[in-house]
Design a protein. Structure first.
Length: 301
């Protein structure tokens, strides 16, 4: 998503992360990331059997099973709140399950609405839209493995769904030094195309390193579920859609800039409305729009 969470109603963090995620140097930004105690890693527990050579162990998984209307598992996800001036997004990310809830059929549904029942204030005045943004910071982070989600994205001008990752040291070093791995982004004016991008020091924002994948025969990603994934190893990241590899990046692609992807990252799911890249909604954009996530899974060797 290229611009990252800051202002926070932050709770206390663990001793190993005493440096607050929202240090004063970051208060100029505008989205919110709530820091929670603790943090899981991909390493198996001491009493857990180690996977054999060449096998994969599930380090993180959420299949979003539960009753319709329930919120996400608080042991796995936290909900960010706030707006985002840096991208000039138009939505306010709401707390609770107002805009992110299970559908009772094994899916998480993130809904963007043209409304403002909470009288939320955004960078441009009274917010025009609400949506949701979830992350696993303080709950799960991993270095390397196969990271994937099966998602049916929304559609429409100004709609911007994303499945991505930030370096777990984000609160200490800031962005873009933390690194960012965009597994999937779509902007509504490209209904059949998704983007995978790396951001880091010297290659952030519009200078990110990435590539696009387009469905054949004029298909739109909003018409069905698709699986978006990266295979992440030391010094390489490979992107796939439905098992079709469309790019691989290594330090050699960065023009001498620093590769910041050999460390743990946490997961993010969000649905933005408007912004510099997708542009704002127009008369053709219908609301509500929904990003439907079947599952998220991380496996490590």
């Amino acid at each position: 998503m290229t611009v990252h969470p800051t202002h926070s109603t932050a709770r206390s963090v663990s001793r190993r992360r005493r440096v607050a995620l929202y240090a004063a140097s970051l208060l100029c930004c505008s989205a919110i990331l709530t820091a929670l105690p603790g943090g899981a890693s991909a390493a198996p527990a001491a009493d857990s059997p180690s996977p054999g050579p060449g096998t994969m162990a599930v380090a993180f998984e959420d299949q979003f099973d539960g009753p319709a209307g329930a919120g996400v598992d608080g042991g796995k996800w936290q909900t960010e709140t706030g707006d985002n001036v840096n991208n000039h997004e138009r939505q306010y990310y709401t707390p609770g399950n107002d805009n992110a809830a299970l559908d009772g059929q094994g899916n998480l549904v993130i809904t963007a609405r043209k409304e403002n029942p909470g009288n939320y204030q955004c960078w441009y005045g009274a917010c025009e839209y609400t949506s949701s943004r979830l992350n696993t910071s303080g709950k799960f982070a991993a270095a390397y493995g196969h990271v994937e989600a099966r998602i049916k994205i929304p559609r429409g001008q100004g709609i911007w769904p994303a499945f991505w990752m930030l370096g777990d040291d984000f609160g200490n070093v800031g962005w873009p030094a933390s690194g960012e791995i965009d597994i999937m982004e779509n902007v509504g004016f490209e209904p059949g195309t998704v983007h995978g991008t790396l951001h880091g020091p010297g290659y952030s924002g519009s200078g990110g390193i990435g590539a696009a994948y387009t469905l054949p025969n004029g298909q739109a990603f909003a018409d069905d579920f698709h699986t978006f994934s990266v295979d992440w190893a030391p010094d390489s990241i490979t992107w796939s859609v439905d098992g079709n590899v469309f790019q691989r990046r290594t330090p050699a692609d960065l023009g001498g800039n620093q590769w910041v992807f050999n460390k743990p990252f946490f997961l993010i799911l969000n649905l933005a409305v408007g912004g510099y890249w997708p542009g704002d909604p127009d008369g053709s954009t219908q609301f509500p729009q929904q990003m439907v996530i079947d599952y998220v899974r991380v496996t490590t060797s």
